[in-house]
Design a protein around this ligand. Structure first.
Ligand code: ZN
Ligand code: ZN
Ligand code: ZN
Ligand code: ZN
Length: 317
């Protein structure tokens, strides 16, 4: 298995600026269609309060300060900062008018979490809904693929498929593994050097990461496991990693981190098997010309503590 830096090209090259430009043109087009409730000069009788609180430019929910133009068209504060004082709906000068009435209406609302269709039963006052949604257990997961800024999100089955199809990630099943990481030029250590393998065991998915990076001044290799699910479920599992050669070995035992924690965060908290380069080259044998590491590992299910209490070390840095 070759360990090389791989580049992933981000597919999103549409800037916000372009989007706003697009919407700036739109109003003239829709003004002849009064039933379009996204941007219309009057309020259609069936327009819900919820729709009124949707910014007509970016369609996100609006939070104070909500602004309006002289003609009463509302706009969120993020979009207001981008439209250069022109109302995107009527193209008149925007000015600096707060829409206090709408802000007060928003305050009186109680809305379901936006992940209600994924199973979240919670209902929140409008202004605390957003905060909940950033922490909601039902929110989608980010793609766990390391080394690129992949913006794909989804539930675990969706991401498994995405990892397999789009990132060509190696998928394996079983709770033990035996991996060889080979690099022909171990002098090259870049942050972009990493490997990801996904394991399926206990009907769950685990991401095995192997990364090479600089820790302070020293180049190091690190292997760690992330659980594809939430932190509370991650604690039900443990794993061990072992690397060695020349009659020496290093063993790491730990609890997988949730994929909610980015791989960079896990790396920065050193929560995994860390191999200094000199040791890695020693393990590789030969004349230190090639990196050849054999990492073996095992994942097991922890017995549930009857009290349900698990002591987690404070890993925050
Ligand atoms: Zn907006
Ligand atoms: Zn306007
Ligand atoms: Zn929720
Ligand atoms: Zn991805």
């Amino acid at each position: 298995m070759e360990l090389n830096s791989i580049q992933c090209v981000s597919s999103s090259d549409v800037t916000d600026e372009n989007e706003i430009h697009h919407h700036q043109i739109q109003p003239q087009f829709v003004s002849s269609k009064p039933h379009n409730n996204v941007v219309s000069s009057g309020i259609h009788p069936t327009t819900s309060v919820n729709e009124l609180l949707e910014c007509p430019v970016c369609t996100n929910s609006m939070y104070p300060p909500i602004h309006q133009c002289h003609n009463g068209h509302t706009i969120c504060s993020t979009c207001k900062a981008r439209v250069q004082n022109r109302c995107p709906t009527c193209r008149q000068e925007l000015g600096d008018i707060r829409c206090l009435a709408l802000e007060k209406v928003a305050k009186s609302l109680e809305l379901p979490c936006k992940y209600c269709s994924r199973g979240c039963p919670e209902i929140f006052p409008y202004y605390s809904k957003l905060k909940h949604e950033t922490l909601c257990d039902f929110r989608p997961y980010n793609c766990p693929y390391a080394g690129s800024e992949c913006s794909v999100t989804g539930d675990i089955p969706y991401l498994i498929n995405h990892l397999r199809e789009d990132h060509k990630v190696d998928m394996q099943s079983g709770c033990t593994f035996n991996h060889r990481y080979v690099k022909s030029n171990p002098r090259e250590v870049e942050n972009a050097t990493w490997m990801l393998t996904v394991f399926k065991c206990f009907d769950q998915y685990f991401c095995l990461h192997f990364e090479a990076f600089q820790l302070g001044m020293a180049p190091v290799y690190m292997a760690f496991l992330r659980f594809m699910g939430d932190e509370t479920n991650a604690r039900d599992y443990s794993y061990s990693l072992e690397v060695g050669g020349n009659g020496r070995k290093l063993i790491w035992e730990g609890t997988p981190r949730s994929v909610r924690d980015g791989h960079r965060k896990v790396r920065e908290s050193n929560d995994g098997l860390i191999i200094q380069r000199n040791m890695a080259l020693f393990f590789s044998g030969g004349e230190r010309k090639e990196l050849k590491l054999r990492v073996t590992g095992r994942i097991w299910k922890e017995r549930q503590n009857p009290d349900g209490e698990v002591i987690i070390p404070n890993l925050s840095t």
